[in-house]
Design a binder for this molecule. Sequence first.
Ligand code: MG
Length: 167
Amino acid sequence: MLSQKLTDEFNEQINKEIFSEYLYLSMSAYAKTLNLDGAANWFMIQAQEERFHVMKFFNYINDRGGRVILKAIDAPQTEFSSLVAAFEYGLKHEGTVTARINHLMNIAQQENDHASKTFLHWFITEQVEEEASFEKVISKLKLGGSQALFLIDNEMGQRVFTPPAGA
Ligand code: MG
């Protein structure tokens, strides 16, 4: 059985992952206003990944005999000064998520909860990939030029949702 402390922390993480989904949906809507359909698709797929993260925590709490409690979700930012600014905001956000996952792992270690450590290990690896994928797009966008943006937008349009590795 999951401790009350980890149950509370994991419920808080469900809220944060839903907020991530909400944020990337908001960024997808913003990209749509720029008529950048590829970027809009990229954020939409990112939002789907976040829902996948939500469900992993949801199912894990239930599997360990805990009670899932859903809370109110904060409103995401809706306006960004540019596409690259949206991606930079996203990268910063993922940094805070990484810090949260590390915090959860610290608690699981303190409690000697081996099942939770194994469960969180997947997220530790996933966060490395999340930050890298944002960084990659930002680097490409910073190459600059409208032709580069056109090509990158085309590339982002190819992204499809595949359940993350090891899921
Ligand atoms: Mg996430």
